[in-house]
Design a binder for this molecule. Structure first.
Ligand code: TTP
Ligand code: MG
Length: 364
C-alpha cells in the first residue's frame, strides 16, 4: 500500500505578496496583469474570492466585482525562489517528488522512515515547516494514491490537511461528487448529470463499456477512480515537451506587417527563456494567434534547425490567412525532441509556466 501526499499552496502568488507586505492583510488582493493592458488575474486571496474574483478572469471584470481590489504585478522570480524553498522542505522526507506546478507537488513517502512512517505526521511537519520557514500556508492531502491525495488536499482549503486512510477509501469515494474528479470540468459534469451520474457511486453502477462509450478513453480512468483505484506512480522527472511565450496587445494589431514586426521581440523573449532550460534539441516550432473576436489558431511545423525571425514570420503569415481579422494575441513556441535525460531542478520549475500560460487562453 503506497502513501502519497499532495501539497498545494493556498493562493500561492497572493500569499507571497501578503507575506512580503503585511499591510495588505485582510484586504482583497489579486496578482495579475493591469486592467488597462487587458491583463488577467493569475490568482487572488480568499478575501477577493468572496467577491467572485478568480484565476484567469480579466482584471477589468475583477475590478467591477470588487472595486477595492488591490492588483499587484506578478514577481515570477520571487515565486520561483519560494517554490524552490518549499521543494527543499519536501526533499527532507523523500526524493520521490513530482511537481505539477510551482506551488503543487505529489510526494510518495511510502519509503520514508520519519515519524515511524506516518504520512499524516509527515504532512503535518511539512505544513508546519512551510509556515515557519517560508511564511505561507500550504494545504495537503494524504491518501493511498494520487487521485485521492489531490482530492484530499483541496477538501479543506485553505490551510487544511485531509487524510484518507486505506480503510476509509471506499466510504469516501462512494459519496464523492464527480465534479471533484480532476479532469471532470463543467461540460463533462453536465453530461454526466444528463445520465443521472452525480457521485462516484453512480459511476460505479455503469460498466466500463458504457463509460467508454459515454466519455471516450477517459472512461478507463473514471472506472478506476470511482473504485478509489489509481495506479499512477509519482514521477520525479517530468520532462518538458515545449516552451512558448505570448503577448496580449494593449490594442489589437490590424495588419500583417504590423503583426510581423512583433516577432523579433517575442523571439528574443523565447530565446531568453530557452537559455534557462539548458541544451535541448527542437523537434518543432509553432505560432499561435488569437483574433480580436477571441478565435484562436495554431500552426505547428516540424523543425530541427536554428530559430530565426523569418521562420516565425512565415508561420505567422499562414496563421494570419486563416484568421482574416485583427489580432489580440501572438505566441511563439518550440517543441522539444524527447531526450533520455531528466531535467535540471530549475528547468523543472520553469516548465510549469507554460501550463499556467495556457490557462489564460481559450481553446478553439
Ligand atoms: P493554483 O494552485 O491553481 O491556485 P492558487 O495557489 O492561487 O490558489 P488555491 O490553490 O488556494 O486554490 O495555482 C498556483 C499559482 O499559479 C497561482 O497562485 C497563480 C498561478 N496561476 C496562474 O497564473 N493562472 C491560472 O489560471 C491559475 C489557475 C494559476
Ligand atoms: Mg495552489
Amino acid at each position: 500500500m503506497r502513501k502519497i501526499i499532495h501539497c498545494d499552496c493556498d493562493c500561492f502568488y497572493a500569499s507571497v505578496e501578503l507575506r512580503d507586505d503585511p499591510s495588505l492583510k485582510g484586504r482583497p488582493v489579486a496578482v495579475g496583469g493591469a486592467a488597462e493592458r487587458r491583463g488577467v488575474v493569475a490568482t487572488c486571496n480568499y478575501e477577493a474570492r468572496a467577491f467572485g474574483v478568480h484565476s484567469a478572469m480579466p482584471t477589468a471584470s475583477a475590478l467591477r466585482r470588487c472595486p477595492d481590489l488591490i492588483v499587484l504585478t506578478p514577481r515570477m522570480d520571487k515565486y520561483r525562489e519560494v517554490a524552490l524553498q518549499i521543494r527543499e522542505i519536501f526533499s527532507r522526507y523523500t526524493e520521490q517528488i513530482e511537481p505539477l506546478s510551482l506551488d503543487e507537488a505529489y510526494l510518495d513517502v511510502s519509503a520514508c522512515d520519519a515519524f515511524q512512517g506516518s504520512a499524516t505526521r509527515i504532512a503535518q511537519a511539512i505544513r508546519q515547516q512551510v509556515r515557519e520557514e517560508v511564511g505561507i500556508t500550504i494545504s495537503a492531502g494524504v491518501a493511498p494514491n494520487k487521485f485521492l491525495a489531490k482530492v484530499a488536499s483541496d477538501w479543506d482549503k485553505p490551510d487544511g490537511l485531509t487524510v484518507i486512510t486505506p480503510t476509509q477509501v471506499d466510504e469516501f469515494v462512494l459519496s464523492l461528487p464527480v465534479s471533484k474528479i480532476h479532469g471532470v470540468g463543467k461540460v463533462m459534469a453536465a453530461r454526466m448529470a444528463e445520465q443521472e451520474i452525480f457521485t462516484c457511486a453512480d459511476l460505479r453502477r455503469r460498466s466500463l463499456d458504457e463509460l467508454l462509450m459515454l466519455f471516450g478513453k477517459f472512461g478507463h480512468q473514471l472506472y478506476s477512480y470511482a473504485r478509489g483505484v489509481d495506479e499512477r506512480s509519482v514521477k520525479p522527472h517530468r520532462e518538458r515537451k515545449s516552451l512558448s511565450v505570448e503577448t496580449t496587445f494593449a490594442q489589437d494589431i490590424a495588419g500583417l506587417d504590423a503583426a510581423k514586426s512583433k516577432v523579433a521581440n517575442l523571439l528574443e523573449e523565447l530565446e531568453t527563456r530557452l537559455s534557462g532550460v539548458g541544451d535541448k534539441r527542437f523537434s518543432g516550432v509553432f505560432v499561435k494567434l488569437k483574433s480580436a473576436n477571441f478565435r484562436q489558431t495554431t500552426i505547428d511545423r516540424r523543425y530541427e534547425g536554428d530559430l530565426h525571425c523569418a521562420l516565425f514570420e512565415q508561420l505567422l503569415e499562414e496563421a494570419w490567412l486563416r484568421m482574416a481579422s485583427s489580432l489580440r494575441l501572438i505566441g511563439l513556441g518550440v517543441r522539444f525532441a524527447a531526450s533520455d535525460q531528466g531535467d535540471t531542478k530549475m528547468a523543472l520549475l520553469k516548465g510549469v509556466r507554460e501550463e499556467q500560460l495556457d490557462l489564460f487562453s481559450e481553446v478553439d
